[in-house]
Design a protein around this ligand. Structure first.
Ligand code: FES
Ligand code: FES
Length: 184
């Protein structure tokens, strides 16, 4: 059995972490088994399916390919940290409204990858959404409803930004202000 001989200090979903862990464990396993954040999933375990995607310093990474020691001092956000002030992320809300979820296994990674796209591009085309989610495999949905949800979330966030109505972002049910880069 691997030794928990490394003091991991980082932030996860905005909370400081200070915990003895196995530095050689995959970050995916440390998140799930030590920190009990089971939103990120193991599909392939080799960087092919995207089910384990999380944010690391604002960039999406496959947590199955990251060793725990590499997270030292970094800022991690998992799907559990995407909801904000009691509201789902706009993308999560649109997944619900567009019925984009079947078994749900791929969805945490999809949401993280989609959020990463919308942080880069506020008005993505369908092709850009397809490309951005190209590393996330879904075996159930056929993808169309997922793409539609991402495009709808982008439209809502864009409209509200354009209208300069940040207070309305808070007032709209299910929609929170687009997450700032420092939250991710
Ligand atoms: S489990 Fe990490 S990419 Fe598939
Ligand atoms: S909803 Fe089942 S794998 Fe995507």
């Amino acid at each position: 059995m691997a030794e928990k001989n490394f003091r991991l200090q980082c932030t996860v979903n905005g909370h400081p972490i200070d915990k003895m862990v196995d530095p050689t464990a995959r970050l995916l396993d440390t998140l799930r088994e030590e920190l009990h954040l089971t939103g990120c999933k193991e599909g392939c375990g080799q960087g092919e399916c995207g089910a384990c995607t999380i944010f690391m310093d604002g960039k999406p990474v496959d947590s199955c390919l990251v060793m725990t020691i590499q997270a030292q001092g970094h800022r991690l956000v998992t799907i559990e940290g995407m909801a904000f002030e009691g509201r789902l992320d706009t993308i999560q809300q649109m997944f619900v409204e567009e019925a984009s979820v079947q078994c749900g296994f791929c969805i945490p990674g999809m949401v993280v990858a989609a959020r990463a796209l919308l942080e880069e591009k506020e008005d993505p085309t369908l092709e850009e959404v397809r490309y951005a989610l190209g590393g996330n495999i879904c075996r159930c949905t056929g993808y169309h409803k997922i793409f539609r949800a991402v495009l709808r979330a982008a439209k809502i966030e864009r409209q509200l930004r354009l209208e300069g109505k940040p207070s309305q972002l808070k007032d709209l049910p299910g929609v929170h202000p687009a997450p700032s880069a420092d939250r991710l």
